[in-house]
Design a protein around this ligand. Structure first.
Ligand code: NAP
Length: 461
């Protein structure tokens, strides 16, 4: 049905890993397909650029594959295009046979405890976006004129922010961390970073490689209380066959044996403690926590149950790292309870468990929730693409389906689209600035500055 001049037109909203894997899966499955990867920022790659820690450059090399996808003539990158205003859902449904939302989970979950709004209490989402140079978070200035920081959560994001707080400026200076963050971190007075889990060591969500790194920091010692590493019987039964958890426990036990070297900073790992109140008058001064015991629920999961035993730590910064959260897109169904777009194998549903909405699909964190590593999005996107290709596509006339129709519409609305060629020029400029400083790149963090670069690169070609 689809031919060279009239290919299947698909809009993918969000050019992060899920968006790229969706495009890749479409290209592999169909010869006559044309994909527009649309992002609100002028830069592609989503969380690979703005989420992956700057000292994990190897993880970022996945962009070489995304590059290949974008260099396929059947794919266009349309950056600096905001869904909902520059292009609405109705616009998309009028110009594409199918639309895939892969916008990730940009918000953060809250603890819901008193004092959470005090200056000095912030989400890891903000902190990560700040040090990674996300244009929306340039102004965030975490108070680092403090001795002690509490990081709430035992996931890989908590490990990332702990590591960044513990590393020296010399170490971070060799990465692509945002300049504003590097400058601010240079004046950090932080000596102790305390990662806190509400459940036990067997329930840590971190992966072993990431956990191990905390014990290998040049600039920080590691401390774990051996009493908190005792694993209860229920947890022992639950980890039967769970290889990652077993390895994590071995690494944690190894930390107990690790001598203290008197390094400038110390990372502490604490378990079975829930924050119940953030204390302070003008800013965060302390964190009150309640000790938990573990209990097996009816469904077999292990829950933290408060014991009524409290402790209070003096801390000047509390970073909650308790998970990301999806947000609703204008006009698109949303499951408020799970903070995802309700779907069945990637087909958008009118409501959870409801009828499918024709021609609309979803991939990545906004489909399944904020879980898994970058590669997890590949199988996730393939499932969505299978659903999309199995369905009867919406009918649109060939004029509306023409790629130029969308770009003309954007032009008429005064949108300055950043295409892949322009992004490549930006990329080259960032990398060149990095070479001069012995860094992978120096990131541009301001959208206007990025657009200016694009205009200049256009005028010189
Ligand atoms: P996560 O893995 O889901 O961890 C969230 C942590 O927050 C858990 O320890 C959870 O404890 C805790 N938590 C939730 N609600 C809480 C509350 N009310 N009070 C106290 N603690 C609470 O989420 P994440 O760290 O944000 O990571 C998101 C995803 O990105 C994960 O799949 C992660 O692996 C991935 N990621 C990967 C890398 C990497 O590969 N290097 C780096 C960063 C992120 P419970 O278990 O008790 O709920």
């Amino acid at each position: 049905m689809y031919t060279h001049p009239n290919p299947l037109r698909v809009a993918v909203i969000g050019a992060g890993p899920a968006g790229f894997y969706t495009a890749e899966a479409l290209l592999k499955a169909r010869e006559h397909v044309s994909v527009d990867l649309i992002d609100r920022l002028p830069t592609p790659f989503g969380l690979v650029r703005y989420g992956v820690a700057p000292d994990h450059q190897k993880l970022k090399s996945v962009t070489k594959m995304y590059d290949r996808t974008c260099n396929d003539p059947r794919v266009r990158f349309l950056g600096n295009v905001m869904f909902g205003s520059d292009l609405t859902r109705d616009d998309l449904l009028g110009h594409y046979h199918a639309v895939v939302y892969s916008v990730g989970a940009p918000a953060d979950r809250v603890l819901g405890i008193p004092g959470e709004d005090l200056p000095g209490s912030m989400s890891a989402t903000e902190f990560v976006a700040w040090y990674n140079g996300h244009p929306d978070y340039q102004q965030v200035e975490p108070p680092l004129d403090v001795d002690r920081v509490a990081v709430i959560g035992m996931g890989n994001v908590a490990v990332d922010v702990t590591r960044i707080l513990a590393k020296s400026v010399a170490e971070l200076g060799a990465t692509d961390i945002a300049d504003h963050a590097l400058e601010h971190l240079a004046s950090s007075k932080v000596r102790d970073v305390i990662m806190v889990g509400r459940r036990g060591p067997a329930q840590g969500k971190f992966t072993t490689k990431e956990l191990r790194e905390l014990g290998d920091l040049e600039n920080a010692d590691i401390e774990v209380d051996p009493r908190e590493l005792e694993v209860d019987e229920a947890s022992l039964a639950s980890i039967e066959g769970a290889a990652v958890t077993k390895r994590n426990l071995e690494v944690l036990r190894g930390f107990v044996e690790t001598p203290e070297y008197g390094k400038p900073r110390k990372v502490h790992l604490r378990f079975c403690l829930s924050p119940v109140e953030i204390l302070g008058s003008e800013r965060v001064e302390a964190l009150k926590l309640e000790r938990n015991r573990l209990e097996v629920r009816e469904d077999g999961s292990i829950a933290a149950v408060p014991t009524g035993e409290f402790e209070t730590w003096p801390v000047g910064l509390v970073l909650r790292s308790v998970g990301y959260r999806g947000t609703a897109l204008p006009g698109v169904p949303f499951d408020e309870r799970r903070s995802v777009i309700p779907n069945d194998a990637g087909r958008v549903l009118q409501r959870p468990g409801g009828e499918a909405v024709p021609s609309e699909y979803v991939a990545g964190w906004i489909k399944r929730g904020p879980s898994g590593v970058i590669g997890t999005n590949k199988a996730d996107a393939m499932e969505t693409v299978q659903s999309l290709l199995a369905d009867t596509p919406r009918e649109i006339d060939s004029q509306s389906a023409a790629p130029e129709a969308v770009t003309r519409l954007l032009e008429s609305r005064g949108v300055e689209v950043v295409d892949y060629e322009r992004w490549c020029a930006l990329d080259r400029a960032e990398v060149a600035a990095g070479v001069a400083q012995g860094r992978p790149r120096v990131k541009l963090t301001d959208v206007n500055e990025m657009l200016m670069h694009c205009r200049q690169s256009l005028s010189t070609t």
